[in-house]
Design a protein around this ligand. Structure first.
Ligand SMILES: NC(=O)c1ccc[n+]([C@@H]2O[C@H](COP(=O)([O-])OP(=O)(O)OC[C@H]3O[C@@H](n4cnc5c(N)ncnc54)[C@H](O)[C@@H]3O)[C@@H](O)[C@H]2O)c1
Length: 414
């Protein structure tokens, strides 16, 4: 059984998925290997991910390994109905429709859990949360987590001894967060801002709130487009790093006063709140690229606005005192809601980690504790080496003598 918008959209979906596949050769290599070995034969995998053309390639890879795959959306606005239709036609049990209500969103999550998954996969820990509340009856081998916010939730569960099965923090693989969060979110978040507003970025004051992996990417892309970039960051090392990159570093209040565009990417709630709205310039545009739609306090903005009007796709205009504040993509992930998310080439590495993590859990779950794990370093190095080769890079090989030198402690000034 599936829940999709329209099965006729599968023709468009297939073209989309094939297009992404061209840029996902690391995952394709894994799929080729999985097809021969069938390492997940007969297992049920339940996934809660953004239903995009890139995710589709991951689902088909898991299917080629012999798994029965069920998929729901990790955000109601990121679902591509055409991709959902194609996946359903390909035998994946899909429960995802673009723009569904919160109630249906949770129904879809439960439908995936109704398939009794052996392994689950999350982007934001929503399935894991249900598995620790309403669905504690379901036995699970282990789970995988895609994003920083999900990993933070899981580590908190581990710390409080609440986690009941092992989870692989795929986000924490270097070949995930150093590339997907930085280059993927960086490019696609600015793409979302531009698609939503059509603004010329050059010469504008762009404020990036949060200078983690994602914030670094957003700041770099905005800077590259000619913006004057200001960073807001409470961690002194990261704030200093931003300063040495050539960005202004200010408190959130001082940054809010000068901003033309603000992109919040903290993973934290209310990074932009009433005290910031009060000092913002007329016409400022606010976007969120953090996982949940909690970074901009939309409740407070609405409460103190005299009107809210949709002025174009993905842009809402709030009349706030005597000025206008624009909110992009309803404060949800701007790169997925107003653009098409991370480019396939970078998701290739993230999803190579996901595919290999599923096999790693199947092989190791009996010896694992209910903790948050990262994949072994060799997996990271192998994925990076493959991607480097595919992108035309050459990897230096050390001589035996050099390896021995780096391993030794006897050598110093001669
Ligand atoms: N848009 C996407 O497609 C996408 C992709 C990957 C991750 N994410 C999400 O983006 C968010 C950030 O991810 P990350 O990997 O960069 O995390 P991170 O932990 O590396 O960085 C977050 C940064 O925000 C700072 N911060 C926290 N509260 C703040 C506040 N109130 N004001 C200013 N700065 C604050 C932290 O000190 C930290 O440096 C998470 O929610 C993550 O799940 C989104």
């Amino acid at each position: 059984m599936t829940t999709i918008k329209d099965s006729k959209l599968s023709v468009i979906g297939k073209d989309e998925v094939d297009w992404a596949q061209r840029q996902m050769q690391v995952l394709e290599d894994i799929k080729f290997d999985f097809k021969k070995r069938k390492p997940l034969d007969g297992l049920n995998i339940g996934a809660c991910m953004h239903v995009t053309k890139e995710t589709a390639n991951l689902m088909l890879t898991l299917q080629s390994a012999g798994a029965n795959v069920a998929l729901c959306a990790s955000n109601p606005l990121s679902t591509k109905d055409s991709v959902a239709a194609y996946l359903a036609e390909s035998g994946v049990e899909v429960h995802a429709v673009h723009g569904v209500s919160n109630e249906d969103f949770f129904k879809h999550l439960n439908s995936v859990l109704d398939t009794k998954p052996d392994i689950t996969m999350d982007d934001g820990a929503d399935l894991v949360s249900l598995l620790h509340t309403d669905r504690v009856d379901l036995p699970i081998m282990g789970s995988m987590e895609e994003t920083t916010t999900g990993v933070i939730r899981l580590k908190s569960m581990e710390k409080n001894s609440k986690l009941r099965f092992p989870v692989v923090a795929v986000n924490d693989s270097d070949t995930k967060h150093l590339f997907d969060n930085r280059f993927g979110t960086g490019q696609s978040a600015m793409d979302g801002v531009v698609r939503a507003t059509d603004l010329l970025i050059a010469g504008l004051n762009v404020v990036v709130v949060g200078f983690g992996d994602c914030g670094k990417g957003v700041a770099e892309r905005a800077y590259g487009m000619g913006a004057k970039v200001t960073v807001v960051e409470p961690n002194s090392v990261r704030a200093l790093e931003a300063l040495m990159h050539g960005y202004e570093v200010k408190t959130s209040i001082n940054a809010a006063k000068i901003a033309d565009i603000i992109v919040s990417v903290t993973g934290n709630m209310h990074a932009l709140d009433k005290q910031h709205f009060d000092v913002m310039k007329d016409g400022v545009a606010l976007a969120n690229a953090g996982h949940f739609d909690v970074e901009i306090n939309l409740g407070a903005l609405k409460e103190h606005s005299s009107s809210v009007d949709r002025v174009r796709d993905h842009v809402e205009s709030y009349k706030y005192n005597d000025k206008e504040i624009l909110v992009l993509a309803e404060g949800r992930l701007v790169n997925l809601a107003a653009a098409t998310g991370h480019p396939a080439s970078v998701m290739d590495m993230s999803f190579a980690n996901q595919a290999l993590a599923a096999e790693w859990i199947k092989d190791n779950y009996k010896n694992l504790e209910p903790k948050v794990y990262t994949l072994p370093k060799e997996v990271d190095l192998k994925i990076a080496a493959t991607k480097l080769g595919l992108m035309g890079g050459e990897l230096e090989v050390l001589t035996e003598e050099q390896i021995k030198y780096l391993d030794s402690w006897e050598h110093g000034t001669s």
